[in-house]
Design a protein around this ligand. Sequence first.
Ligand SMILES: Nc1ncnc2c1ncn2[C@@H]1O[C@H](COP(=O)(O)OP(=O)(O)OP(=O)(O)O)[C@@H](O)[C@H]1O
Ligand SMILES: [Mg+2]
Length: 455
Amino acid sequence: MTGEVPAYGSLRDRLASILIGGSAVLAVLLFFVVRGYAAQVAQEGQDSILSASVSSILDAAVLRDGAIELDFPYASLSMLSTASDDRVFYAIYEDGTLLSGYGDLGDTPAVAGDARTFASLDYDAATVRVATASRTLIGADRPRRVTVRVAQTQDALAETLNQISRNVAMFGLGFFALATVLAYWATSTTIGQLSRLTTSVTRRGPQDLSPFLKPVPREMVPLVGSLNTLMVRLEHSLKQSEDFIVEAAHRVRTPLATVRSYAEATFQRVQEPENRTALRAMMRAIDESSRAAGQLLDHAMVTFRAENLEREEITLDAMLRDLVERMTPIAEMRDVTLRLDSDGPAVLRGDAVLLQNAFRNLIDNALKYAPVDTAITVRIRATPQLSVDVIDEGRGFSPDEIDILATRFVRGHDAEGHIGSGLGLTIAKDVATAHDGTMVLSNTQKGGACVTLRF
Ligand SMILES: Nc1ncnc2c1ncn2[C@@H]1O[C@H](COP(=O)(O)OP(=O)(O)OP(=O)(O)O)[C@@H](O)[C@H]1O
Ligand SMILES: [Mg+2]
């Protein structure tokens, strides 16, 4: 049973969008913060030059014969020259009355107070920065208050700011691109851990219920822990049902054997044909049941041993020769010749009990389904790949059934009249699979059945 789990969103997309969205917000924030700071520093630079210019003009102001005289120092305006040819305006006031310059350069300054002020205003179709400062000249009659105002357009400043903005924008874009790459890398490595776990779960064989012991990131420990608990519970319940089958088969087989011997003894004694027929049917039913119990027992044993395969070095030819020798008396009873054909020593690392069981089932089938006076060949090939064929000279597998005969409890049409439970090929196939091998059913050219186990 495979459960199709509905997907709800994607962790990778969610992580990536959070990281990429976060870095986009950071990049924009970075742009505005750096640009704002640069604007402030540039403005402070312009203010300090304007302030120096105002100071140098104020310093040049003198009171001569009761009148204010002011010789503009050359440096006071030349220090304001910029690469963008910014325009410079000035205004000089005496006690709030314009003496010289542009009177419309902001409000008329107050007479009192000597704070140095800076302001930005629109003037002559441009934004200008205005610095204003005052100085009191002590005359013979009364003190005079001189106020100097110098203004400058901000073309150079704007140009500098634009350049800084461009650079910061480039930097922000670079930062964003790098953050995106890092976000993808971070999500891939994070999600990679999950994918690795998924791969190791899917790569496991259906029998492998051992716990996951490879270290995983801390956040995944509870998940893997639950998975392991589930495995333990599953293994436990599998083992329980396995034990149950073994126990049940044992309990059934022993009384069946007793009943079989009673039935046989009775059969020898009774003469009436209908009694003999009934007893024969009874013995057959007992044989069926005890075969089924035996095969169930073997199947349970194969399933259990396949899970924890004991691998030892096995010489296949020696093992099969022994098996053939032991089965020869049964073959002789049916006038069937059992042959072993080997092209050299074939060595396999595996479970001898399981392999014997598998081959016994295959030879048993050949003996059961092939007619009398024929031969069964067990052929071992060590090269190019280790394989064993069990070939008989019977009717072979019927093509419409060949694909399903190795399924549990499935028997073919030709099985009618033969005692069996449909587990022999399943056992052989499970043993091959447990040894990382395969089982293939085919028919020979003469029509006989050929079962190949490849390792
Ligand atoms: N050598 C063979 N020649 C022809 N048919 C075969 C041969 N071996 C197996 N089959 C067919 O495949 C079916 C499945 O074989 P399998 O060994 O699994 O079960 P079984 O022999 O019927 O019962 P048991 O579990 O007692 O072995 C058989 O019922 C039979 O129809
Ligand atoms: Mg069989």
